[in-house]
Design a protein around this ligand. Structure first.
Ligand SMILES: *Cc1c(COP(=O)(O)O)cnc(C)c1O
Length: 453
């Protein structure tokens, strides 16, 4: 058989497979049979192994060691998602902060479906109205004089755009300062800001001019900025998360962010806040920076921005920064960023956060949950080092990675999903939907108490 025949056979096979999968996608949940569920599970594991990345099967706590059993997700609603066999999990991972308004909030679904039935993507030439409306809404809800928005498809892209905005503003400056334990994404630009050596090392050298200072240490930042100024390597921008997420829910000293703002002003550097994870109500305010009344020059958003329905992100900057893109708005572009579906989702999300008072709810429920978890941890100091958080962004720090992984695996088996993988489980993160019910928080606390025994 010649290669052309073989290729044709493969194309036919691919099409049959696609038809089978489309049949499953278009089936009502109630019509998914036991055989369907088995097929989905087996094929998912097989295709992950052969065509995605076998590494995932090792690291995920949803797969048993021998791969005999794997939990494959199939649907979600409210505070929970279900695997293909119908087992329900309380979602305390929240997609690392995607599901602030819950899973498939009806208002977000309604807006996106209606927009999809009208126009899904934009022409790229005419003026697209939802982009304009969303930008106006953002200017109204973001702190201080933040005014102009550029829309992206992810947090990484928001950070990339923020770095380029800072370069446009300060073309003669090349130094950026980020913090140890920071996470800003993994594209080459954003990775330059990210701190973890394991992720950076194979890709060095990254964007030149990046330095890292100890997060929360204002003296180190001051000395570094001073040294940069003295050596003619003036700082273009300081890039920080107001609370570090991926780094393990690190809350800086109360005075830190105002002092950082003052230093940026003193040295003529811009302040970029990466609120990709802390934004959209997560920490008990619409934006985490509001806790300390600090207004950045550039704000990065994503994750929950698309309401858990659409991938969507934004950078919002003040006029002095953004005006450098006025003469030529094509200096930084993306085809899909700010598309009508993403904008519809973001507008609905903001409407829900405001009307359902979800930032306030995050503050109240967060306090309740933090108290409960601390009580559940009493007497387990041999395993747990600290529990901390703000709003519904909570971290449990273990004495060792291994205990954290065993713990998160136990919770998973009991139907509660928390962050914590085999490679990163020293601090597990709890970031449920801000809509989570009190009874579910009680269930989580009780499950934590049981798992610790
Ligand atoms: C998740 C995250 C990013 C990266 O966002 P992606 O959407 O994964 O590209 C950047 N910064 C912070 C603080 C994040 O939590």
């Amino acid at each position: 058989m010649d290669t052309l025949d073989l290729k044709n056979r493969k194309v036919n096979e691919a099409n049959e497979y696609a038809k089978k999968v489309l049949g499953l996608i278009n089936k009502k949940d109630a019509d998914i049979t036991k055989e369907d569920a088995e097929w989905i599970t087996q094929e998912t594991v097989k295709d992950f192994r052969d065509y995605v990345n076998p590494g995932f099967l090792k690291y995920r706590k949803s797969v048993t060691k021998d791969e005999q059993f794997a939990a494959v997700e199939w649907s979600d609603e409210g505070d929970c998602f279900k695997d293909v066999n119908g087992k329900k999990y309380i979602d305390c991972l929240g997609g690392f902060g995607i599901y602030n308004v819950g899973h498939r909030h009806p208002k977000v679904v309604e807006a996106v479906v209606n927009q999809m039935n009208r126009q899904a993507l934009h022409s790229q030439d005419l003026l697209d109205p939802l982009r304009a409306f969303l930008a106006k809404i953002l200017a109204d809800i973001t702190p201080g004089d933040l005014q102009y928005s550029f829309f992206t498809n992810s947090g990484t892209e928001s950070v990339e755009a923020s770095l380029k905005l800072a370069k446009m503003y300060n073309p003669e400056r090349h130094t950026f300062i980020a913090a140890t334990r920071a996470f800003h994404g993994k594209s080459l630009g954003s990775l330059s800001g990210t701190a973890k050596g394991m992720f950076r090392k194979p890709f060095l050298p990254l964007v030149s001019g990046f330095r890292h200072v100890q997060y929360g240490d204002i003296e180190m930042l001051e000395k570094t900025m001073e040294a940069c100024a003295l050596t003619g390597e003036d700082v273009a921008a300081v890039l920080l998360e107001p609370i570090q997420g991926e780094g393990g829910i690190i809350i800086p000293p109360e005075e830190y962010l105002p002092q950082v703002r003052a230093l940026c002003d003193k040295f003529g550097a811009l302040l970029i806040f990466d609120e990709v994870q802390t934004g959209m109500g997560r920490t008990g305010k619409m934006f985490c920076s509001e806790h300390s009344n600090v207004v950045p020059d550039i704000l990065c958003l994503a994750k929950a921005f698309g309401g858990g329905i659409m991938p969507a992100g934004a950078v919002i900057a003040n006029e002095k920064v953004f005006e450098n893109l006025f003469p030529n708005p094509f200096m930084h572009t993306t085809t899909f960023g700010g598309n009508p579906l993403a904008c519809a989702a973001a507008i609905a999300t903001i409407n829900i956060l405001i009307e359902e008072k979800l930032p306030e709810r995050a503050a109240q429920m967060g306090e309740y949950m933090l108290d409960g978890l601390k009580r559940a941890a009493e007497g387990h100091e041999d395993k747990i080092k600290a529990i901390r958080g703000k709003g519904l962004m909570i971290g449990i720090e273990f004495q060792e990675d291994e205990i954290g992984y065993d713990f998160s695996k136990k919770l998973f088996d009991k139907g509660v999903l928390v962050a914590g993988t085999l490679v990163n489980a020293k601090t597990i993160r709890i970031e449920p939907p801000l809509t989570i019910k009190k009874e579910e928080i009680d269930t989580v606390i009780q499950t934590v108490a049981e798992a610790l025994k």
